[in-house]
Design a protein around this ligand. Structure first.
Ligand SMILES: NC(=O)C1=CN([C@@H]2O[C@H](COP(=O)(O)OP(=O)(O)OC[C@H]3O[C@@H](n4cnc5c(N)ncnc54)[C@H](O)[C@@H]3O)[C@@H](O)[C@H]2O)[C@@H](O)CC1
Ligand SMILES: Nc1ncnc2c1ncn2[C@@H]1O[C@H](COP(=O)(O)OP(=O)(O)O)[C@@H](O)[C@H]1O
Ligand SMILES: [K+]
Length: 508
């Protein structure tokens, strides 16, 4: 499903109006009606319910007046609190239509905070039509801030029109203060702010209503942002006649005397995801740990520490279709040697996933990425801390920064997965958002499982970007399958990976 910014929404609206002769009025009418329908579907019939609609002065408020007018068809218990007189023609028209239908409007300035609080606390459903995608500056007006606080404090249930007021549609951030909705009904396509935190949480349940905007193909509009959903995901093809040589090997290079388990988690995850042969290249202790967990793993024991010559000899022996993962549990000691190993790996034509300390080592000389073979696929899987080191920008600047993920991937010719509660993937052309998963994944070691999972998929010949999309989605599903959220070790996620694949296959 495509995901858009407020600017892109404006463009789609403009083209719908000019090229398809669907007026702004029709769009607003359908938007308002779709909110009423969504409320009905979610909360049941209206005859025993009371409503208050909080309308701002823009078109979000305009939608609110349509909602109010339509609700009058079902119940008399409808009130509007207007926060500023409508400023756009189409909002004014709907304000007047609502009045003509006998609608009641209180103005916030006359009611004051106390009056507004009373009306809000008495209503069964509060419809938030204060600000939508047109919010373009921080809400710093004291009266408005107080109103939003009162809505959050006293409402029994809040339905936000388009987006919770105060949430920025382009990055999900709170612009001063914001409404916490139970249900959000957005129009046409979801906005980025619906999927990035805190916006994602403030939406409550999200519904996407069709309001008559033609398809992107018809509008000849190119949108480069997508939500990862099951329909378009690819799964590996495992022909009945295949044998272990049909698939590529996965080789995990990582681990240290300090972090023994991480590369083992990666390796086990690759097997659970369908890899047919997984090797662990590491120090003695890691090899012992790997063997004790699964004797089917193949270990290449490099002794007490990593050394570029030894690795170089090993790399020279592997076939071109091997998938490398470098970094889990590697530690950053002896980093010059490790940087040289990364350089050697970048010069091969093999697909390479760089994770964890591999990324921390790489951040000492990110320009190494420019030396890679141009046709080679390199996947980086940083969490925000690692991405901050890679980009030399503050954590605050990189977190959920989908534009930066896009630019970075384009600049270095890599696929980047910025892992977080909403993960962001880019291959430098498109941007994908993944929203599966929960805090069962917020565990030391869970990133190692993801890198192994991605390698497992690539070893079964999925295109790297397809493998990454499927991988992050399935990994999230596996986290959601933990019986009690958060009461688990990352190790236990491994057990849910096959089941998560099964669920994805069945849902397609
Ligand atoms: N774009 C479209 O295709 C459609 C848009 N519709 C509605 O139109 C909305 C967008 O309408 P608008 O662009 O009029 O914008 P909004 O109604 O979201 O808000 C803009 C108004 O709020 C003011 N404002 C912005 N930030 C403020 C702040 N921090 N403090 C105080 N005032 C502030 C602006 O000056 C303006 O008057 C959408 O969210 C949606 O609800 C729908 O009618 C359906 C179609
Ligand atoms: N609240 C959450 N919701 C969804 N996914 C999460 C959440 N917390 C963590 N994750 C996922 O778990 C993984 C954690 O990876 P990472 O931080 O690298 O762990 P580690 O370094 O300990 O192995 C990432 O894929 C991230 O997207
Ligand atoms: K709103």
């Amino acid at each position: 499903m495509f995901v858009i910014t407020s600017k892109e929404m404006k463009e789609l609206e403009k083209r719908t109006i000019t090229d398809f002769d669907i007026s702004e009025e029709i769009l607003m009418e359908r938007a308002g009606i779709s909110v009423v329908q969504a409320i009905w579907n979610e909360y049941g019939e209206f005859s025993n319910k009371s409503f208050v609609i909080i309308c701002g002065s823009g078109n979000n408020g305009g939608d609110g007046y349509v909602v109010a007018r339509d609700l009058l068809n079902y119940t008399e218990a409808v009130r509007v609190i207007s926060v500023g007189h409508p400023t756009t023609e189409v909002a004014k028209k709907n304000y007047e239509r609502y009045l003509k239908h006998g609608g009641i409007v209180y103005t916030y300035s006359e009611l004051g905070l106390e009056g507004a609080s009373k009306i809000i606390s008495e209503a069964d459903i509060v419809v938030d039509a204060l600000f939508g995608t047109g919010l373009n500056r921080e809400i710093n007006d004291e009266e408005l801030t107080k109103l939003i606080e009162v809505m959050n404090l006293y409402s029994k249930c809040i339905v936000s029109v388009d987006i919770p007021s105060g949430v920025c549609a382009d990055d999900g951030k709170i612009m001063g203060c914001a409404v916490q909705a139970d249900l959000t009904v957005t129009f046409g396509l979801p906005k980025v702010g619906h999927f990035l935190f805190p916006g994602r949480e403030l939406c409550g349940k999200l519904k996407i209503a069709k309001i008559g905007i033609p398809s992107l193909d018809m509008l000849t509009c190119d949108i480069n942002k997508e939500l990862i959903t099951t329909e378009k995901l690819r799964l590996p093809n495992r022909p009945r006649w295949s044998n272990k040589g049909t698939y590529s090997q996965v080789i995990i290079i990582g681990g240290s005397n300090k972090y023994i388990g991480a590369p083992v988690l990666s390796a086990l995850s690759a097997l659970r995801s369908g890899a047919s042969m997984v090797k662990v290249v590491s120090v003695s202790k890691v090899c012992q740990c790997a063997m004790s967990h699964d004797p089917a793993l193949i270990c290449v024991n490099i002794g007490e520490d990593f050394n570029v010559e030894k690795l170089e000899d090993f790399i020279a022996t592997v076939s071109k279709d091997v998938v490398f993962v470098v970094g889990p549990g590697w530690d950053t000691q002896n980093s010059e040697e490790k940087l040289s190993i990364i350089k050697k790996l970048l010069l091969t034509s093999n697909t390479l996933i760089i994770d964890a300390d591999g990324l921390n080592v790489l951040s000492q000389n990110i320009d190494l990425l420019r030396e890679k073979n141009s046709s080679k696929s390199v996947i980086l899987t940083p969490h925000p801390g690692e991405f901050s080191r890679l980009t030399k920008k503050s954590l605050e600047k990189v977190k959920q920064n989908y534009e930066l993920v896009h630019e970075f991937s384009k600049e270095y010719g890599v696929i980047t997965v910025l892992k977080d509660a909403t993960s962001i993937v880019s291959d430098g052309k498109k941007i994908y958002f993944n929203i599966t998963g929960n805090t069962s994944l917020s565990k030391a070691g869970s990133g190692d499982i993801l890198s192994g999972l991605l390698a497992g998929l690539i070893s079964q010949h999925l295109e790297p970007v397809e493998a990454v999309k499927t991988g992050v989605y399935v990994f999230g599903l596996a986290g959601e399958m933990v019986p009690v959220e958060g009461m688990n070790s990352a190790f236990s996620i491994l057990n849910y990976i096959p089941e998560a694949f099964k669920r994805l296959r069945e849902s397609k």
